[in-house]
Ligand binder design. Structure first.
Ligand SMILES: [Zn+2]
Length: 403
């Protein structure tokens, strides 16, 4: 395998921006070379001309894109969604499902396994395992989920899902206030599945209990979760306030510039800190596609939603139905609208999700890590993407532009 030296770049490291370069050997970052330092030996030289070099982006909540949904159930649909997100800098992701028939969830597990083991897997984003969003959620906080597939953990069916997953289930979004949820939590923990509280109508105490019982994340902060209510005039905080307050919980943030205004993005950064946030797209099939009508969920059983190219909405024209964002757009929004430094926005979609999932191999520009890399131009659009040190995508010249 070729040895390469990427130089003349602004390296986006977890603690700041550093001018310099790095070398890649055997698919891994071999050395970080600050300033004008040069490697010793034979390397293919790649001049990045002062552009930004970041670790590959990691999206732990993404339903689809490029006209496909991971729940469509075919290899072609996986391929289409993966290649669209790769072109926007995503080098690792969790295919995410909605509440659905179990056969559809099972098919997603099968395809995750198939794509992870494929001989050409190295040309696509890494499959980190599935993220199940439901079906054990609060009907009153269903958001864009189809109510007829929502279940209660009391029926014990979660055991069938865990069995069917065969190790391919990584993150499970559940509502921690549901009756019988403790048994699900125990079963999920014993399989190493990460628990994320979401689509929840619980009170502050429910998330407090959850955090003490192994939940480490909160699903799309502010969306589909309870907030302050008043009882006899007294204010009772909800899931949102607990998520902001409790340090042990990392918050998913859909920073597409539509779900949350700049003021709330800034409030989240102030309360959770740069370490406590994971940027996610929550993208549906309309991501990377022109405006139009798209199915949310599988082609067979999904519901029609309308994308204007910036956001997908339910047929009522008001409620949001997932996003049409890509990871590079999240980085642009966080820097431009929330005012965080670029290196910090990048950290929220690289090192933070890697840590949330306990991944040691990816997510940071550091010797020894896998050389999954993204080159960003001055406008923060993606110029090139590397996986294991191999260039797997490059901007063709004209290229399509998104905001
Ligand atoms: Zn989602």
């Amino acid at each position: 395998m070729k040895r390469i030296w990427l130089y003349n770049a602004e390296l986006l490291c977890p603690d700041g921006q550093v001018y310099g370069g790095l070398t890649v050997e055997e698919g891994r970052i071999a050395a970080i070379l600050p300033g004008d330092a040069q490697p010793v030996g034979d390397f293919e030289k790649i001049d990045l001309r002062g552009t930004f070099l970041a670790p590959g982006f990691i999206d732990i909540h993404v339903h689809g894109g490029g006209g496909s949904d991971f729940m469509d159930g075919t290899p072609e649909s996986f391929e289409a969604a993966l290649s669209m997100h790769l072109a926007h800098g995503t080098t690792a992701l969790c295919p995410t499902t909605l509440a659905a028939e179990f056969d559809e969830l099972g098919r997603v597990f099968d395809l995750c396994r198939q794509f992870r083991q494929a001989p050409d897997a190295g040309t696509r984003p890494r499959i980190l395992g599935a993220h199940l969003e439901g079906p054990y959620i609060a009907a009153s906080m269903k958001g864009a989920q189809d109510e007829k597939y929502i279940r209660s953990p009391e029926d014990g069916s979660y055991r069938d899902i865990l069995k069917r997953a065969g190790g391919m289930l990584r993150i499970w979004t559940v509502a921690p206030e549901l009756l019988g949820i403790e048994a699900l939590e125990k079963a999920a923990r014993s399989e190493g599945v990460l628990l994320s509280a979401g689509h929840s109508d619980g009170r502050f105490e429910d998330l407090e209990r959850a955090a003490q019982n192994g939940y480490t994340m909160v699903t799309h902060l502010y969306s589909s979760m309870s907030t302050i209510i008043r009882e006899n005039g007294m204010r009772r905080p909800g899931i949102l306030e607990a998520a902001l307050l409790l340090d042990g919980l990392t918050a998913e943030v859909i920073a597409d510039g539509m779900h949350l205004p700049p003021s709330l993005l800034r409030l989240i950064v102030k309360t959770k800190g740069a370490d406590g946030i994971v940027l996610v797209t929550d993208a549906m099939r309309g991501a990377g596609m022109p405006a139009g009508i798209y199915k949310l969920g599988s082609l067979r059983r999904g519901q029609d939603v309308i994308s204007d190219g910036q956001i997908a909405r339910m047929p009522d024209g008001i409620s949001f139905a997932g996003s049409v964002a890509t990871t590079d757009r999240l980085v642009r929004v966080m820097t431009r609208e929330a005012g965080v430094p670029l290196w910090q926005a990048v950290r929220m979609v690289t090192l933070n999700p890697a840590r949330a999932l306990g991944l040691e191999e990816i997510g940071v520009l550091q010797a020894g890590r896998r050389a999954d890399l993204v080159v960003l131009g001055p406008d923060l659009h993606v110029c090139a993407v590397y996986r294991d040190g191999r260039r797997v995508w490059e901007k063709s010249g004209k290229g399509d532009r998104e905001t």
